[in-house]
Design a protein around this ligand. Structure first.
Ligand code: UDP
Length: 469
């Protein structure tokens, strides 16, 4: 029997969620060497190479197990990839239960930590009488929405998208109803019901571990903590982001080595984000008009705006950019199909700005490298993240969209020039630098996030002692 304090994590098969929870576990076992972690990962089918690379680099104090995919044959061919993940995880509950029981029988399992999108696991931990926590790879503002949404559901009657005034979640930057995540855009829909049910389950947890830090969301954290026992405790223990490798063999990194400091704009929409064909055209023309240097991670257009498994995307995305673009911009920038070494790119001194879909990992990666942002939210909670960055912290600009939801080329060129060489960009760069310093401090030995994590570990260990007695 393993005598270390054992924690089981249950992730979901979305690359960015898995990457975030694994970074958390790496930090946990690095700082607390008497902890052992097993990560249980449901699957939807074959495991893509990026995911394999993540788990294969884990230290020996973190075990992982991929569960067999459940039967998904009844789902239509063009089922939304994000919903597919949710269906697959909820159909994997029996396998998760079996895996947890097996771990529990062999070690002193003191806590089960599940991703915020698979909170059905909390019922399993209650049955096993083991304390249960949620790992939340996003921020405190989304957590506030999750925790307050059941009350909003009871007390508000209209569609949130029709609200005339922005919604004021306690301690958060005001947010337009239209900028809330998709499930909240139609209260009569099935997705809304599932979202609210999942959010109610958060109240079963003994705490929520959030990939954020005090200076990023001070007021939101303060207000959440003021609620005391009425809500599960929110632990601000981030930022967790993957460390870059020292390898410099990718051609885009060698190209960056030749560029001046802060002169290149990086453009990427996360692990699966994709634009419509019209939007892709406007972005290309806007980039060209701006005259600024760039690296653009290009995906083929997608009707969902999202592809969860890039290994299934087999078209050449270069066929979708305006004709002649590559030739005309050959001295201005690089287009990288599908995937680029983002961490290494963002930490390069030549990078001076980031057009991002504002996924929370990308946001934190920009923050810890002090890179000013242009927010380009696509789905999920990304519009809320854009509001935190542009309206709240003022470390980003948010381009205007036209009535069809498109950012037009002139607007693209203008925001790029603003951030890269304009006066507005200077203030943003300075504030981002201050936020970067605060992020560095939070994870130092005596930083706020390190101390909060240590308190949590102490709690887990005391549960282990109680189990032995
Ligand atoms: N990423 C990367 N290369 C790419 C695109 C994305 O390494 O070309 C990584 C990025 O560094 C981040 C993650 O994929 O860690 C994307 O996570 P995020 O939360 O930003 O967005 P999501 O994938 O959930 O939309």
């Amino acid at each position: 029997m393993n005598t270390k304090t054992h924690i089981a994590l249950v992730s979901i098969p979305i690359y960015s969620h898995l990457r975030s929870i694994l970074e958390f576990s790496k930090r946990l076992v690095h700082l607390h060497q008497d902890i052992h972690v097993t990560c249980i990962i449901p699957t939807t089918g074959s495991i893509c190479s990026n995911t394999k690379a993540l788990v294969e680099s884990l230290p020996s104090s973190i075990d992982y197990m991929f569960l067999p995919p459940p039967n998904l044959d009844d789902l239509p061919q063009d089922f939304h990839p994000a919903l597919l993940v949710l269906v697959a995880t909820s159909r994997s509950m029996q396998s998760i239960d079996d895996a947890l029981k097996k771990i529990h029988s062999r070690s002193s399992l003191v806590a089960i930590v599940c991703d915020g999108l698979i909170t059905q696991v909390l019922y399993l931990s209650k049955k096993l009488n083991i304390s249960s926590f949620i790992y939340f790879p996003s921020n405190m503002m989304l957590l506030s929405l999750v925790l307050y949404s059941p009350k909003m559901d009871e007390t508000m009657t209209c569609e949130y998208r029709d609200l005339l005034e922005p919604l004021e979640l306690p301690g958060c930057v005001p947010i337009d109803g239209k900028d809330l995540p998709e499930p909240l855009q139609d209260r009569s829909g099935e997705e809304y019901k599932v979202f609210i049910e999942g959010n109610k389950r958060f109240y079963l947890a003994d705490g929520v571990l959030v990939n954020s830090f005090i200076d990023m969301e001070a007021e939101t954290i303060r207000v959440l903590h003021e609620e005391g026992n009425k809500i599960p405790y929110a632990y601000a223990i981030g930022p967790f982001i993957q460390k870059g490798s020292s390898r410099r063999d990718e051609s885009c990194l060698r190209w960056l080595d030749e560029q001046e400091d802060n002169s290149v704009l990086y453009i990427s929409f996360g692990s699966g984000g994709a634009l419509s064909q019209d939007q892709l055209n406007e972005l290309a023309w806007g980039l060209e008009l701006s005259g600024q240097k760039f690296i653009w991670v290009l995906r083929s257009p997608s009707k969902f705006g999202f592809v969860n498994d890039l290994s299934l995307a087999n078209e050449d995305p270069l066929q979708f950019i305006p004709s002649g673009f590559l030739e005309r911009t050959k001295d201005q920038g690089l287009v990288v199909p599908y995937w680029a070494p983002q961490i290494e790119i963002l930490s390069h001194s030549a990078i001076g700005g980031f057009i991002s879909h504002c996924g929370w990992n990308s946001t934190l990666e920009s923050v810890v490298n002090g890179v000013p942002m242009i927010t380009w939210p696509l789905f999920a909670e990304q519009k809320m993240n854009a509001a935190i960055l542009s309206k709240g912290l003022k470390v980003a600009v948010r381009p205007k969209v036209n009535e069809k939801g498109i950012v037009e080329r002139e607007e693209v060129a203008m925001v790029i020039k603003n951030i890269m060489v304009g006066e507005e960009g200077k203030g943003i760069r300075q504030r981002m630098k201050e936020l970067k310093d605060a992020a560095d401090n939070a994870v130092k030995q005596d930083g706020s996030s390190t101390r909060t994590l240590a308190e949590l570990v102490l709690k887990w260990k005391s549960l282990g002692v109680a189990q032995c007695n």
